[in-house]
Design a protein around this ligand. Sequence first.
Ligand code: URP
Ligand code: ZN
Ligand code: ZN
Length: 469
Amino acid sequence: MSVLIRDGRVITAADDYVADVFIEDETVSMIGHALAVDADHVIDASGKYVLPGAIDPHTHMEMPFGGTVSCDDFTSGTTSAAFGGTTAIVDFCIQQPGQSIPDALAMWHEKIERCPPVIDVGFHLAVTDLREAGRPEDLARLPEEEGVTSFKLFMAYKGAIMVDDETLFRTMQVAAGCGALVMVHAENGDAIDVLVKQALAEGKTEPPWHAATRPPITEAEATNRAIKLAHLAGCPLYVVHVSCQEALEPVASARAAGWDVWAETCTQYLFIDEHHLAEPDFAGAKYVFTPPPRPPENQEHLWRALAGGVLSAVTSDHCPFNWATQKTLGRHDFSQIPNGGPGVENRLHMLHHFGVREGRLTMNQLVELCCTNPARLFGLYPRKGTLAVGSDADIVIFDPDKPLTISAASHHSNVDYNLYEGTEVIGAPEVVLVRGQVVVEGDELVASPGTGRFLRRAPFGSELAAAGA
Ligand code: URP
Ligand code: ZN
Ligand code: ZN
């Protein structure tokens, strides 16, 4: 099977030029002007952008959390992702209480077998116990034997999946020895637990107390602690969902000092602020994700950190819970609202419109943040994350002039609300290919579940720092 994409504006992290892209089977085999080739399928991309498929290394499909389970499985969640131009995700396999690391991984593999994905899927391993059921030697085997090359630790969610500093540091030591990247959810879970209990004791039960009990300093302290411990252990570190200026500061200092530290923010922190939590009639619960939405002035700091290289990626942290049936678990107690929000479908829409069109980012930067850097950091580059001869033909033909009104009525996730409901954007994916196969064409899903495959990823590479990710 061959596909020829004619006359598109090919945009990578480094380049921007008009060319034809020829795909044979699953890979890009030629890029050039007026290619004289016969193809089984020709797509006219004139006036459109031809981008590498976006990679979202922060999703939670079918994740047990807060007494319920996130409402997208790997079929619905990856369908939603595909419509937004994302062609690969890396999801968090979470070690459950008392579960061994091999069993945790088997559980997540069962999820993608039962609900097959439309796009490619890799796993991070989220360690919750490295003393009893979880054994360091099982963790150390993951990069080589399972293609799982990143370990995640939650420094918050006390009494659930939070780890103590001993587990954090021991995992960092294992990672340093086996070529894995350590990822942290950085908040001081002990301090937050005290603040939450005090607020509830004073009868403060509404959604805005979610933000008030997790102030920026709790994120900054944990970010700084994780950075220092990772440096001591000698492992590379990636800080997930940075939400505020206070947490950017230790990331910026570590990177300025040349330490192996990278960080992401998520789309929602660029657009949703703490005032959303006060929406009436419990609508504020839609915005209960963690870290919480911050005072609005943080957003300009985050945009600047993206443009200036302090932050290396924008991800979705897609963790959808239905408002009507799941968020209501916390109707009388904000701490019982399942934490998480949807967004895997709207990352490129929002970043293109409010980032590129409004002059905060260039298209090259958008590709770097959503495609190339995630591929470099998570062992997928240059197979994915760029458009080059030999790369997987994961391609988004993006119409920069297409108007779209974002809405839960038309999105493809199972979730019953959209964080950006009613937002009008210009620019959306038109055709999306995964390894040469068209999966989305206009408003149609044209691939079957199972088109996506499990991604074995390469160990974390030292060439990254040189590549400037
Ligand atoms: O609120 C969030 N972010 N839920 C998903 C789990 C996590 O902390 O990333
Ligand atoms: Zn988190
Ligand atoms: Zn998350």
